[in-house]
Design a protein around this ligand. Structure first.
Ligand code: ZN
Length: 552
C-alpha cells in the first residue's frame, strides 16, 4: 500500500471540482465508472416504520439524485427483507438499519455510508449504507428531524437518506448553506440544493454545454490550501456550487450553467474532521489566531463593486489570483445610508456588497432605469445573519408603482431562506434600491450547519439586473492585493505535524476515522467512512450560546 501511495504523489494536485468531492488519502477524487447505482435495502427496523414507508422514503431519496438534469447518474432501488444487513465487500450495495445487524455506530452518528474504492484510481467498488436506529427514531413525517419523540431524537428518514446517497456517489460534506450534504441533520435536507445538483452533474455529466471557473487563491506565501470558493449565480440568486482549493491554491468550479456569476472565498469554517482526511491539516488561522474573513472576488480598489463574470457554454474562464483578507468585508467607501449618498450602480446593472447593522439601510441609484428590474439581496445564503429586505423606490424614496418585494425568497420543509428579492418595471426614470436589515439577526439555529459557519457581520451581496442585463465586468486578477500572511500547507499525506492542523472542535465525523470496522483486506481496496450526521448540534448551540461569535 505504501508503495502505491508514494507513486501517486507525482500525480498531485488533483483537480478540485465544484462542490466538495470525497478524496482518497492521496487526493484522488472518488467516482463510479458506471454511475448506475443499484442498491438493495433491507427494511427491518426498530423505529416502527412499515416496509411501504421505508420503500417510499428511500425510493424518493435515491430517485432525487437520478433525476438531476445534466447528469447520467441513475439509481435503482430494490427493497428485500432478505437483503444483506451488513457492510461486507460482497458485491451488493446494501442499505440497512443497525438494529437488524451486529453493527454499533458511534454515538451521535445518524447514518453512515461506507465507500470502498481502488486506491490507484479512486474508482468506487461498492457503497453500503447503515442507519442508526439503535439510538435514533426514524420517522415518516417531514419536519420531525431533530424533534424529541419519546425520549429519542427523531429523524425523518428521507432527510438523512438523501444525504447518504450523495456520499454513495462520491460527494463529501459541503458547507454551502442548505445543501443536502451539509454535515448536520436538518429539516429540508431531503431537498437537493443547486450545489448538490452541480456536484452530481459534474462528476457524471450527461453532455457538454456547461462552463467552468478556475483560479488560484493566494496569500503572501503562496497558495491557500482548502479555501472554500462559492460560485453565486446572479441570474437565479442561488449558490450554484462550492469547491475547496487544492494544496497549491488552485481550484476549478465545474459544470456551471451558462450565466453571470460572482465568486466568494471563505476560510474552511468548521472542523476538518467533517471531510476527507486529505484535508486534515487545514488551518486557516492566519489572522492573529483567527480565520481569514469572507470576501468577494473583486477589484483591489475597494470600490465595493463585485466582479461579475460570465460563464459560457463549454468553456473555462480563468479568474487569475483571488486574494483573501483578514479584514471584515465592511462597506467600501462612504456607507450609502441615505438617498443623498446613494451609491450608483451602472445603468445596465451589476453587483455590489455591503455590511449592515441591525435596523440599518443602504441606498443605491440606477439612472434611467428601463425594462424589467430585478434586485436580489443575498445574505442568509452567504452565512450572514442579517435578515435583509430589498425594495425598489422612486428617486424621492417613495414606493415605485408596481414594485414588489419578496421578504424571504424561499421556505421549504421548515427551512427559510431570508434573502430578499424585489421586482419592478422601469420607465426611464431614475430608481433607488434600498437594502435594509431587520431589527434582529437571524438566529444561528436557523442555519442548517448551525453556529459554526455563521458570520459575525451582516454582509450582503446586491445583484441588480436591468432589462435582463447584469453588466459583466470580466475577471479582475487580485494579485496586487494578495496580502494574507498565510503559511504554506499541503495535503495530509505529507505528514503534517499535529500542531499545524486546525484544532477547531466543529461538527464532524472525526471519531469515525477510527470507527467501527477495519478496512477490508482485499488488495488495493481501501475503505472510507463517511456519512455521519451529528444531530446533537442543536444542543451544542445551546451550550455555546454565550460564546462570542467567531469572526471569519
Ligand atoms: Zn455525511
Amino acid at each position: 500500500m505504501l508503495g502505491v501511495l508514494s507513486c501517486l504523489l507525482l500525480l498531485l494536485p488533483a483537480s478540485s471540482e465544484a462542490y466538495v468531492r470525497t478524496m482518497s488519502e492521496t487526493g484522488i477524487p472518488l467516482f463510479w465508472s458506471n454511475p448506475n447505482l443499484a442498491v438493495t435495502a433491507n427494511p427491518s427496523n426498530s423505529s416502527g416504520l412499515s416496509q411501504s414507508q421505508v420503500q417510499a422514503m428511500l425510493g424518493s431519496a435515491f430517485s432525487a439524485w437520478s433525476g438531476v438534469p445534466g447528469t447520467k447518474a441513475t439509481t435503482s432501488f430494490n427493497l428485500s427483507s432478505s437483503g444483506p444487513a451488513n457492510s461486507a465487500f460482497d458485491g451488493v450495495n446494501a442499505v440497512y438499519f443497525s438494529s437488524n445487524s451486529s453493527r454499533q455506530l458511534d454515538w451521535g452518528v445518524v447514518g453512515l455510508t461506507e465507500v470502498l474504492y481502488w486506491v490507484n484510481s479512486g474508482q468506487i467498488a461498492e457503497a453500503d449504507m447503515v442507519f442508526n436506529d439503535r439510538q435514533f427514531l426514524f420517522t415518516a413525517t417531514e419536519g420531525d428531524t431533530g424533534k424529541n419523540i419519546g425520549g429519542r431524537t427523531a429523524i425523518y428518514l428521507q432527510d438523512v437518506a438523501t444525504h447518504e446517497v450523495g456520499h454513495a456517489f462520491g460527494l463529501d460534506h459541503t458547507t454551502v448553506n442548505m445543501g443536502s450534504l451539509v454535515y448536520t441533520a436538518f429539516n429540508g435536507q431531503g431537498v437537493l440544493s443547486a450545489d448538490d445538483k452541480t456536484g452530481i452533474s459534474t462528476i457524471y455529466p450527461s453532455s457538454g454545454g456547461r462552463g467552468a471557473l478556475r483560479g488560484t487563491v493566494r496569500g503572501k506565501n503562496g497558495g491557500v490550501f482548502g479555501t472554500h470558493l462559492t460560485a453565486i449565480n446572479l441570474d437565479t440568486g442561488k449558490i450554484q456550487a462550492g469547491a475547496l482549493a487544492n494544496s497549491d491554491g488552485t481550484f476549478r468550479v465545474g459544470d456551471l450553467a451558462p450565466g453571470n456569476y460572482a465568486v466568494m472565498m471563505e476560510s474552511f469554517g468548521t472542523g476538518v474532521s467533517s471531510i476527507s482526511s486529505y484535508y486534515s491539516n487545514l488551518n486557516h488561522r492566519f489572522c492573529s489566531g483567527s480565520r481569514f474573513r469572507r470576501r468577494f472576488y473583486a477589484p483591489c480598489n475597494g470600490s465595493g463593486q463585485v466582479s461579475v463574470v460570465s460563464v459560457g457554454s463549454g468553456s473555462t474562464l480563468e479568474l487569475g489570483t483571488l486574494a483573501p483578507s483578514c479584514s471584515a468585508m465592511g462597506t467600501p467607501g462612504v456607507a450609502p445610508t441615505s438617498i443623498g449618498t446613494a451609491k450608483e450602480i451602472g445603468t445596465n446593472g451589476g453587483a455590489i456588497f455591503g455590511t449592515l447593522g441591525t435596523s440599518a439601510a443602504h441606498f443605491y441609484r440606477i439612472r434611467n432605469a428601463s425594462g424589467a428590474i430585478v434586485a436580489r439581496a443575498l445574505s442568509y445564503s452567504l452565512y450572514s445573519p442579517a435578515d435583509v429586505r430589498v425594495e425598489v423606490l422612486d428617486s424621492n424614496g417613495n414606493a415605485w408603482s408596481g414594485a414588489a418585494t419578496l421578504e424571504n425568497v424561499e421556505t421549504f420543509s421548515g427551512v427559510t431562506n431570508y434573502d430578499s428579492r424585489a421586482t419592478a418595471q422601469g420607465n426611464g426614470a431614475d430608481l433607488i434600491i434600498r437594502v435594509s436589515s431587520a431589527g434582529s439577526r437571524v438566529s444561528s439555529s436557523q442555519f442548517p450547519a448551525g453556529f459554526d459557519l455563521v458570520d459575525a457581520d451582516g454582509h450582503y451581496l446586491l445583484a441588480l439586473s436591468v432589462d435582463g442585463s447584469i453588466a459583466a465586468t470580466g475577471p479582475s486578477d487580485m494579485s496586487s492585493c494578495a496580502n494574507l500572511n498565510n503559511t504554506s500547507q499541503s495535503a495530509s499525506f505529507r505528514a503534517p505535524a499535529s500542531n499545524s492542523r486546525d484544532q477547531t472542535s466543529g461538527s464532524g465525523c472525526g471519531s469515525l476515522a477510527a470507527g467501527p470496522g477495519d478496512p477490508p483486506s482485499q488488495s488495493g481496496l481501501f475503505q472510507i467512512l463517511l456519512g455521519c450526521l451529528l444531530v446533537f448540534s442543536l444542543a451544542r448551540f445551546q451550550a455555546r450560546l454565550r460564546r462570542k461569535l467567531v469572526r471569519r
